[in-house]
Design a protein around this ligand. Structure first.
Ligand SMILES: *[C@@H]1O[C@H](CO)[C@@H](O)[C@H](O)[C@H]1NC(C)=O
Ligand SMILES: *[C@@H]1O[C@H](CO)[C@@H](O)[C@H](O)[C@H]1NC(C)=O
Ligand SMILES: *[C@@H]1O[C@H](CO)[C@@H](O)[C@H](O)[C@H]1NC(C)=O
Ligand SMILES: *[C@@H]1O[C@H](CO)[C@@H](O)[C@H](O)[C@H]1NC(C)=O
Ligand SMILES: *[C@@H]1O[C@H](CO)[C@@H](O)[C@H](O)[C@H]1NC(C)=O
Ligand SMILES: *[C@@H]1O[C@H](CO)[C@@H](O)[C@H](O)[C@H]1NC(C)=O
Ligand SMILES: *[C@@H]1O[C@H](CO)[C@@H](O)[C@H](O)[C@H]1NC(C)=O
Length: 828
């Protein structure tokens, strides 16, 4: 820096200091020699004044020592400045000393310590320590448990956002339906399985995956963050920690216990196994050893408990579970160890006097605790004795397998014996049991039930009368022997209620019948019904006696209307359309009807985006605006059906419109790359970085972008890296002007290749220590002392010695043409 310029600056500074209130003799920019600390941003324009020290006689000049690195200088008159941009990553703190000297060069004041704190700017890209990582994961590993790390470094200050790294998985290959099997901790780079990954990864289906992970600085939260990518290959290994097949254990086993029944194995040796009882049984008859072998510890009893479910866990030496517990299913296999049992100490049947030969008396069913539908529980019946044997033995027979009792020889007479006691032998495969059956001979059923009245009149009910309501009591009487099947009455509705809306429950002590609503009444389908009851006995009538009109009764049921709201056929109507359907397309329809048959008018509510309309008459739904999946992937509105006329009752249902993605968002540059520049003249080939992105659903985004130069003529001067957006010069021989660059983004998807062409510009401009001209105020952060002066200085220098004003920085050219080619896989 030539003295002339500095002098000019000093004059300017002086005038600034003097004209500004608050900056006195010992103000922010100047003062006597004392220990001081100056924070200065790295990478600043050079030749910046830091402070003006004032000398007190006899001091006439100053001397600077310490870690100056030939950057910091002091003028004899006390002006402290620096001549090159600072680099925090080279030295974060410069410890300087300044002494005041007299005319003979002897120290008269100081030296005092002057500390320069170099503040960080984001001038370093994060870099993965490896460009390729390899790892492996066991199938079914716990979600969120890291199985490998990727690691990047950034030379910037980790205490500032500049050095704070943010990891992301950009691509997972293969990727079916956009389901991510892997996740990365955005701070630590730890890679683990997602819940789906834990459940679905299967080395048989797919033994390896490839991820592209990115790391960004600025905590990933800034448009201006730098990034790097790395490739991660992951091998999926089979999991032998699997639930064993369900085990069958024979009950009542006489083998010595404990008895090994199955086993589990952790993927590596050294696991600690234990069992957990899901049902908290008082006695838990299983155990596991440290090999993972599972034992039953005592004989089981299927009739007490026929299956067991419990868990096997594997833990590490600190008692932390290594994986999900496995469910062990044990089924207890039946043996025939239970004799048949009688249903009750004595089973009672009735038979009428005079009933004919072969008449069915009843069915006897004994029980067997052993497993149903096996040979162990198939029962056989046999009558072994009859008391009394009057008029003779063998009056009854029983069907061998069904247990059905019949009259074997003749009708019975109460005078002969009113009661018979039978002993029945019931046998299964191995056991025999005796049961007792008592047969009572009862009076003949020669009386029919007679209704107290044949017409119970008219009954008017609103249609919303509750189910369960008793609406009528009916009564018939029967003069046969009380409390037998000859006098017991069952009421049946034989006419007027095909829908089964009514039922009759009988009180067997009084033979009273209670008519009850079993299903909702409906004015619209059955406003008037004529109901007919029949009263019957469970025992058949003796021949010659028949039910006559006295055993029937009727009543008229009149149901009155209650106005009901319209009814939708579904609670939720679903439809699916492509997001790019033309405005006016029918996207779905809904249907409702009014129980009273009134006309219905449809309308929509909740159409917050104004995308849909409904035809009030037909319920058809149409789009009225362009739809956008990226705004709503499932658009939910409510449909309302209103009665036209009447009381305008209304009801509501839901309409869910699923929008399927179409690739309607072209990729774009991730941000505005105005101001990409390289310093002219180039000393070594240089490069600029850019990034592309796409707003569509991931399946359309394709595996990745690849980049290529947009035209062949560019290839003489430039090259672009295929994967990263890095544009490099091929030589150093460029003019000081703006170069328009076109870049192809190629997107490979399963079905097609898309090529997009983008344009932006790179400016070659004369630089001031690595910085192109930038207007005042574009620096980040609050200006510090050093920085404020720096801006002033740079501006002056630019005006004085350089002319960058003709080097405007255009952004992306607005009218750059965009080409899209789509080709099939053949031409690929
Ligand atoms: C990442 O690398 C840095 C520097 O080598 C090291 O200090 C840090 O421990 C590493 N982190 C992990 C998770 O390996
Ligand atoms: C980073 O991960 C944490 C959880 O690990 C999450 O809460 C946070 O939202 C993530 N940050 C971003 C920007 O995604
Ligand atoms: C085991 O079987 C024998 C007959 O084989 C039987 O006496 C015993 O009660 C059975 N034990 C259990 C627990 O079922
Ligand atoms: C039948 O057995 C019952 C006891 O269960 C007894 O009271 C009754 O007198 C017996 N009847 C005849 C006819 O043996
Ligand atoms: C019962 O209703 C019927 C038909 O509605 C009617 O003809 C009859 O007169 C009514 N009887 C009584 C007693 O109200
Ligand atoms: C039905 O039969 C009974 C006798 O069993 C008789 O008393 C009654 O009058 C009969 N009813 C009709 C309507 O015939
Ligand atoms: C839509 O309308 C058609 C006839 O136009 C009908 O068959 C279909 O059931 C309706 N769909 C719904 C959900 O109402």
């Amino acid at each position: 820096i030539c003295d002339r310029v500095l002098h000019f600056i000093l004059l300017l500074l002086e005038s600034l200091i003097n004209s500004t209130t608050g900056y006195g003799q010992d103000g922010k920019f100047s003062g006597p020699l004392k220990p001081m600390t100056f924070p200065i941003f790295e990478g600043q324009e050079p030749s910046q004044v830091i402070y003006q020290f004032k000398a007190n006689p006899p001091a006439v000049s100053f001397e600077l020592t310490g870690e100056t690195d030939n950057i910091f200088k002091i003028q004899p008159d006390g002006l402290l400045y620096y001549v090159r941009a600072l680099d925090r990553e080279t030295r974060a703190t410069h410890n300087l000393q300044i002494a005041a000297l007299d005319a003979h060069g002897a120290t008269v004041e100081g030296p005092v310590p002057i500390t320069i704190e170099v503040k960080d700017i984001n001038d370093n890209r994060p870099m993965f320590l490896q460009s390729k990582y390899e790892g492996s994961v066991r199938q079914n590993s716990r979600p969120g448990k890291p199985f490998m790390y990727v690691n990047a470094t950034d030379l910037d200050d980790p205490a500032t956002p500049n050095g704070q790294l943010f990891y992301q998985i950009v691509i997972q290959l293969p990727n079916v339906n956009g389901v991510m099997y892997f996740q990365i901790n955005n701070k630590t780079g730890a890679i683990s399985l997602t819940r789906q990954g834990s459940q679905e990864l299967d080395p048989v289906k797919n033994p390896s995956y490839n991820l592209v992970v990115s790391v960004k600085d600025m905590g990933g939260q800034s448009e201006n963050s730098f990034s790097d990518t790395a490739s991660v290959d992951i091998t999926v290994k089979e999991n032998i920690w699997k639930a064993p097949e369900p085990v069958e254990v024979l009950e009542n086993s006489t083998d010595p216990h404990p008895l090994k029944i199955t086993q589990v194995r952790w993927n590596e040796p050294g696991a600690h196994y234990s069992l957990a009882d899901r049902d908290k049984l008082p006695i838990f008859p299983f155990s596991i050893d440290q090999e993972g072998d599972i034992y039953v510890t005592q004989p089981l009893d299927r009739e007490k408990k026929d299956s067991y479910i419990f868990y096997a866990t594997a833990k590490d030496e600190y008692g932390k579970p290594l994986a999900f517990p496995l469910e062990i299913h044990v089924k207890v296999k039946d043996i025939n160890d239970n004799p048949p049992t009688c249903p009750s100490p004595v089973t009672v049947f009735e038979v009428q006097e005079n009933e004919g030969l072969g008449s069915s008396i009843g069915t006897f069913t004994a029980l067997d605790m052993d497993e149903e539908n096996t040979i162990h529980s198939v029962l056989k019946y046999k009558i072994v004795s009859q008391t009394p044997q009057i008029p003779n033995d063998g009056l009854f027979l029983v069907e061998e397998y069904s247990g059905k009792f019949q009259l074997a020889k003749q009708s019975l007479k109460k005078q002969d014996a009113p009661q018979y006691n039978l002993t029945v032998e019931v046998s299964d495969q191995d056991f025999k049991t005796l049961c007792f059956v008592q047969i009572n001979v009862i009076d003949i059923n020669d009386q029919i039930p007679i209704f107290e009245k044949s017409d119970y009149g008219n009954l008017t009910l609103p249609e919303d009368t509750a189910v369960g309501t008793i609406i009528l009591t009916i009564q018939a009487t029967d003069d046969d022997e009380p409390f037998t099947g000859s006098s017991k009455i069952l009421y049946r509705i034989i006419q007027g209620d095909n829908e089964g809306r009514l039922g009759v429950d009988t009180d067997h002590h009084t033979n009273r019948g209670y008519v009850t609503i079993k299903k909702p009444l409906d004015f619209e389908t059955a406003a008037f019904s004529s109901i007919v009851f029949k009263a019957e006995n469970p025992e058949p009538l003796v021949s010659g006696v028949t039910y006559n009109a006295s055993s029937f009764a009727s009543f008229k049921l009149i149901v009155t209307d209650v106005n009901e709201a319209p009814v939708f056929s579904q609670d939720v109507f679903q439809a699916k359309v492509r997001e790019d359907v033309a405005v006016g397309t029918k996207v779905g329809n809904v249907t409702a009807w009014d129980p009273e048959g009134l006309a219905i008018s449809y309308s929509l509510t909740g159409d917050t985006r104004g995308w849909l309309k409904i035809d009030p008459g037909t319920g058809e739904i149409f789009s009225v605006a362009p739809l956008d999946r990226e705004a709503e992937s499932v658009y939910r509105v409510q449909v309302v059906a209103t009665e036209v006329g009447g009381s305008s009752l209304r009801s509501t249902s839901n309409f869910h419109l699923t929008l399927t993605d179409v690739n309607d968002n072209p990729p774009r540059l991730a941000k505005d790359y105005s101001g990409l520049f390289l310093c002219h003249p180039l000393s070594t080939p240089g490069s600029v970085i850019f990034e592309a992105t796409d707003d569509d659903q991931q399946s359309f985004r394709g595996p990745q972008f690849t980049f290529a130069l947009g035209s062949e003529t560019l290839q003489n001067d430039w090259e672009v890296s295929k994967i990263n957006g890095e544009l490099s010069t091929k030589h150093t021989d460029f003019e000081e002007r703006l170069y328009k660059i076109s870049i192809q983004f190629c997107i490979f998807t399963e079905f097609f290749v898309q090529i997009y062409l983008f344009c932006f510009s790179v400016t070659f401009c004369t630089c001031v220590d690595g910085k192109c001209f930038r207007p005042v105020g574009s620096q980040e952060g609050r200006p510090t002392v050093g920085m404020a002066v720096g801006i002033l200085l740079t501006t002056l220098l630019v005006i004085g010695r350089y002319s960058c004003s003709d080097v405007e920085m255009p952004g992306i050219l607005q009218n750059c043409p965009l080409y899209i080619f789509m080709t099939g896989p053949d031409s690929l």
